[in-house]
Ligand binder design. Sequence first.
Ligand SMILES: Cc1ncc(C[n+]2csc(CCOP(=O)(O)OP(=O)(O)O)c2C)c(N)n1
Length: 320
Amino acid sequence: MSGLSREKLLGMYQKMVEIRLFEEKVFELYGQNMVPGTIHLYAGEEAVAVGVCSALRKDDYITSTHRGHGHCIAKGADLNRTMAEILGKKDGYCKGKGGSMHIADFNIGMLGATAVVGAGLPIAVGAGLSAKLRKTDQIAVCFFGEGASNQGTFHESLNMSSAWKLPVIFICENNLYAMGTRQSRIMNVENVADRGTGYGIPGVVADGNDVLSVFRVTDEAVGKARNGEGPSLIECKTYRRRGHSRADPAKYRPKQEVEDWLLRDPIKRFKEHLIQEGTLKEAELLATEKETALRIEDAVKFAMESPYPTPEEALEDVYG
Ligand SMILES: Cc1ncc(C[n+]2csc(CCOP(=O)(O)OP(=O)(O)O)c2C)c(N)n1
């Protein structure tokens, strides 16, 4: 048994389903030419965002990546405004000018997605430093891929946050590929978590397709960070269901590997677990799925009806 309440577990399941259905809808809308730019889908990695964010408070911070919708939704973003932003509409979080890769909502501690690989890590370090200087017990979490762990920003961020014992949690979403490049082609270590040792940071490997396992390790790291014991590095082994971006058919992944990972689908596994443990009945979970699908439809309607920003608005809310 997980020790979590029925309500908490149902909430986690609902969030995972919300992310999956949202991503599938975005995939569809992209095919209808409704999404400006490109899109990087998060489907398959839901257990990471939900496991991590379920261990956080609303006033804790997160920084995200180019694959950010899942993180936003898990941290509590409004589906309507998220969808509107992705469609480039005025009622979106950034008035339609940020899009999928620059979405942010400071009210829920979501400091922003970024198209620059590895750019979210120093921002989380800054947020952690700010919390420490202001003597709040907030923490900052940054999500990034294994590819980003080869960037200088990863190493500098781990070093500085460890030296200054900052309340930062580094969450590596290791989905085995950075675009089409397999991890083993560019890294001579199997676990990104091992890289923490060089900076005096505990590194843990978690099953990134098991939401409860991700929750448990994050919860422990959160306790340490709030207690002034400094940063942690958690590597969640996971897999994306689709290609790197919407346009990528991901032919570079061996068929058997894809099939094996799809069998370990995080939502299916959590659902089976909840039913087997007797925590929730299948009918309750189905009702949640149906209700979530309706809310996604509402979000699409909201986004479709929202106007595009005018050309003049391109000059508003910008610096420099
Ligand atoms: C600094 C920088 N270099 C290269 C790119 C091009 N690029 C976009 S996503 C990506 C792969 C990132 O892989 P990873 O960090 O593992 O995240 P994943 O896409 O697997 O979630 C690359 C190289 C970029 N956006 N920014």
